[in-house]
Design a binder for this molecule. Sequence first.
Ligand code: FAD
Length: 434
Amino acid sequence: SEERFDAIVVGAGPSGNAAAYTMAKAGLKVLQLERGEYPGSKNVQGAILYADALEKVIPDFREDAPLERHVIEQRMWMLNESSYVGMHYRSEDFNEEKPNRYTIIRAQFDKWFSRRVREAGATVLCETTVTDLVRDIKGKVIGVRTDRGGGLIHADVVVLAEGVNGLIGNRAGLRPELKPEAVALAVKEMHFLPQEVIEQRFNLKGDEGVVIEVMGTVTDGMTGTAFIYTNKESLSVGIGCMVSDFARNETTPYALLEQFKNHPSVKPLLEGSEVKEYAAHLIPEGGYRHIPEIHGDGWLIVGDAGHFVNAVHREGSNLAMTTGRVAAETVIRLRQLRSDFSKADLALYRKTLDESFVMKDMKKYKDIPNFLHGNAANVFGTYPRLINEAAQRWFRVDGVAKREKERQIIASFRKGRGLRGLIGDAFKLARAWR
Ligand code: FAD
């Protein structure tokens, strides 16, 4: 017998969960399919959760969500081989009643979110891989097939929340294949340490947390960043670079992670830790120009599958949850209007995103990937080196007159990058940042 749902959601990451929850809560008959053993089983990493996006889906999430620490301090480091130049922002204001950013462990968080989805009334099936989208004669998506057999499952609309690989969308020709210059490969480890050790090392009390975002010579001149996030009893430590850069340079993510962990500014933070989990994952970092069509007859694409990641601000899960919620609200609205979920009607999803921070931010940074592509050796190598050398010259007290130090610093930049290079880079960056 054929079953029929108001909506099918493919995937139980943050985007799919936000979509399924919102629709189920509004009384729609929702089926969510997840290929993993349980939601989050494919997501063993720690990460930053941006509260605002989740609050708009589940306002009382703080009551029972598995949160690690709320972030009170952000450190941004620019590394060379022996040092870093950093900017730290720490504020007591982040010790607020409803903190703005938390560290989380995705496996636990996704499981919790999924429980909320089921409580809202959705049917959630794990260990079920969607194998195909099914269309009618006119090409409208009318349901899916899964690896469990059992024939076609019908729905008025299918929400593709299948993450970065997006194989179902690719297979159905809804989105193009990922390009190596549009996707980063990240590796990540969990380093376990006693709670008191983490609190002493990072100057924290209670549930306070620190995140460190790092760029510089640790990526061997490739476009990429590294990070350390404090959880309650562990640190998430990782590094990622564009796949196209890995293909050109003969290094591996593992080698970079080792190099990062052994940096003299990083090593003491990890000292004595026990490494328990290891994960590798892709991140769609190509930006606005790589966003595929996100709606069509009977279907919507949300989250990483739609390339919604703001690499400059390290935001992904919040865009996933926001696109999931907006997709769901679109479906709810159209259902009230007795829509047939045609492409023309579902364009409301795109329009709503265009008017929100999601597309505005994606558009703002649309030229950054191109700026970095081809300029990575300077941005991630030459400049971090020059800036660290300048800092050392400036702070070392050695009988050299200050005016002479200034002269040496300016000379080092001219020698390291050339006057034309400096002006050209500044101009290109300013234009890409606008
Ligand atoms: P996913 O979380 O990838 O979920 C997709 C789900 O769909 C998976 O569970 C998968 O099993 C399932 N699926 C796929 N295909 C099928 C199929 N055919 N049938 C059934 N199920 C299927 N973002 C942040 O906001 N903060 C961070 O700190 C952060 N750190 C990150 C660190 C790393 C190392 C990485 C890799 C990413 C990080 N991100 C971070 C990005 C963030 O993880 C993603 O943006 C977010 O998970 C996207 O959510 P999603 O629901 O779209 O996709």
